[in-house]
Design a protein around this ligand. Structure first.
Ligand code: GRF
Length: 210
């Protein structure tokens, strides 16, 4: 059984969706850089081991990431899931876990990498918006995507309503994408290609909410 670690910094609603999904993999640990993250409470309620590694207690990014890496090894982790983890990871850490680490981003990548995605979508006047599950690579929000949730922006939407709607989509697609990795439907080949049922996945699989 695949052993999963979920890295969090905050509320952990995506962690909750993963817990509730009863994945075929085992969430073997939840790691937070923030001791007060509500995600830790969610993990404890579910009986999942937790660890807090505070980035402020480390002199630099590399030593903080190394401490995280040691914890992941101690839990014997196969797959790392970033779920609202608000630290940029060092190149070494990303390289070490490349092909074994997923993130969810609140936009239809490659559009709107980075922050404030909902407001930027509104400013541009886009009709479609959503979220993307992707493998993590050294370049921010640029790794190969495996799944997207897509919604239609309504005339009545503001940044807050869009954030809420996208969040609900995240809770639907992240557990599905993680399950594909757990059960082998999706694999990451040595040359960085995402394979779906043995074939190269040229486009992320989309779930449309309209
Ligand atoms: C989500 O919006 C996700 O897209 C981003 O961080 C947020 C995490 O929310 N990466 P939560 O902590 O899972 O509720």
């Amino acid at each position: 059984m695949i052993k999963i670690a979920v890295l969090v910094s905050g509320n952990g609603s995506n962690l909750q969706a993963l817990i509730d999904a009863r994945l075929s993999g085992q969430i073997a640990g939840v790691l937070s850089n923030q001791p007060g993250a509500y995600a830790l409470t969610r993990a404890r309620h579910a009986g999942i081991p937790t660890a807090v590694i505070e980035h402020r207690q480390y002199p630099d990014r590399e030593s903080f990431d190394d401490a995280m890496h040691q914890q992941l090894l101690a839990w014997d982790i196969d797959l790392v899931i970033l779920a609202g983890f608000m630290r940029i990871l060092s190149a070494k850490f990303v390289r070490t876990w490349q092909g074994r680490m997923l993130n969810i981003h609140p936009s239809l990548l490659p559009c709107y990498k980075g922050m404030h995605t909902h407001q930027r979508v509104l400013n541009t006047g886009d009709v479609l918006h959503g979220c993307t599950v992707h493998y993590v690579t050294a370049e921010l929000d640029a790794g190969p995507a495996l799944a997207q949730g897509v919604l239609k922006v309504s005339l009545h939407d503001n940044a807050e309503s869009l954030a809420n709607r996208v969040h609900a989509l995240e809770h639907m697609i992240y557990p599905r994408a993680v399950e594909w990795v757990c059960n082998g439907t999706v694999q990451h080949s040595a040359d960085g290609q995402v394979m779906h049922k043995g074939q190269p996945l040229l486009q992320p699989i989309q779930f449309c909410k309209f």
